[in-house]
Design a protein around this ligand. Structure first.
Ligand code: ATP
Length: 344
């Protein structure tokens, strides 16, 4: 295992910011740390970097414990959201910085910088200063600078947060390809679930200082291990009367059980569209939003407003119309446990 984190714990005064976090990362994988603000993502990253020391727990890199090593001896590269380039240095000198510190010879530095400007698509920009670059280009310089000394681990803290939506989208694809080409183990902090899902091999959901779940984006979406994870990833409606789920086992409709339902597991339509009406509930179309390739339908069933999609090929629905609603699958949970239930 390339990186192993064991029982990492950190307080800031009385505040328990990181609570017993353990995980492993395979060589060359890109891990996304995802979660709400204040959850502890940056604190975990800072401990890996050696910028903060844990109260307890171990950080093991290549089988070696690095807890006591200062940041510069950990062979780690960083990229943060606010560029942090040296303003008075050219692109060349920014990228060369870590190599100069390592006292690498000039011709070797030149060769390495050349490799990096090519790798990051910055050839021809070597003599510019940061203020002569766009936000996306500056961030690419930051990646080149971080990669120049050939670190073993790359830590990225919201590297695209300060960049426009369109360029951010391009940079995600660019980053994915860059990491694959370099083959470097990377950890990426974000609070944007689309970004994590698109870029990461595996996602770790961090909330309230705890690791709630680690898995591929697909696993986390399909098999969320806690209600928090289920509601944090993807769109959903939470329903607190499970009796509303026709066609599900009745023993599941105890008070205190909630159901989380994703749009793709809700079918809405006219009576004639359902083979078994006994497995449907009646509802009323509340809102219809045209989404280009389909309709987003908001349907009122009892106390609840459910969100689903309907294909453009089907007969259009009207606002206020009575419809049938079938829930195919739901994520049920109470205070203690959670499970997935299907319509029989
Ligand atoms: P964000 O997405 O907002 O960056 P985060 O998940 O990265 O959040 P952290 O920055 O790790 O969260 O912070 C976790 C908690 O620890 C927060 O409540 C924060 O206020 C607190 N915290 C972080 N650093 C310190 C510090 N040096 N002193 C005191 N409290 C701190």
């Amino acid at each position: 295992m390339h990186l192993e984190v064991r029982n990492l714990d950190k307080h800031f005064g009385q505040f328990h910011a990181v609570q017993d976090v353990s995980f492993n990362v395979q060589k060359g994988h890109l891990i996304g740390l995802l979660g709400p603000s204040g959850g502890g993502k940056t604190s975990i990253l800072r401990m890996l970097a050696g910028l903060e020391s844990p109260d307890s727990g171990d950080i093991i890199f290549h089988g070696q414990k690095v807890n006591q090593l200062p940041p510069q001896e950990r062979e780690i590269g960083f990229v943060f959201q606010n560029y942090a380039l040296f303003k008075h240095m050219t692109v060349f000198d920014n990228i060369a910085f870590g190599l100069t510190v390592k006292k690498m010879k000039k011709p070797a530095i030149k060769e390495r910088v050349q490799e990096l400007v090519e790798l990051t698509g910055l050839a021809g920009f070597e003599h510019r200063y940061p203020h002569q670059l766009s936000g996306g280009q500056r961030q690419r310089v930051a990646f080149a600078r971080a990669l120049a000394p050939e670190p073993q681990l790359l830590l990225l803290d919201e590297p695209f947060a300060a960049i426009d939506a369109k360029i951010r989208q391009e940079l995600r694809t660019w980053l994915r390809e860059l990491i694959e080409r370099v083959g470097i183990t990377s950890i990426f902090v974000t609070h944007d679930q689309d970004e994590a899902i698109e870029v990461a091999d595996e996602i770790m959901i961090i909330n309230g200082g705890r690791l709630e779940q680690k898995g591929t984006p697909w696993d986390i979406y399909k098999q969320p291990s806690t209600p928090f994870v289920a509601s944090f990833i993807g769109e959903s409606t939470i329903v607190d009367e499970v009796s509303l789920l026709k066609g599900f086992d009745h023993e599941q409709s105890h008070p205190g059980i909630h159901a989380l339902i994703r749009p793709e597991y809700i079918e809405v339509g006219h009576a004639s569209e359902f083979p078994f009406l006994s497995a449907t509930e009646k509802g009323t179309v509340k809102h219809l939003h045209f989404r280009g390739s389909q309709w987003l339908v908001e349907v009122q069933v009892g106390q609840h407003s459910l969100i689903t999609y309907r294909s453009l090929e089907k007969e259009t629905l009207e606002i206020g119309q009575s419809v049938h609603v079938m829930v195919h699958r739901a994520y049920l949970f109470n205070d203690q446990e959670s499970w997935i239930a299907e319509n029989r």
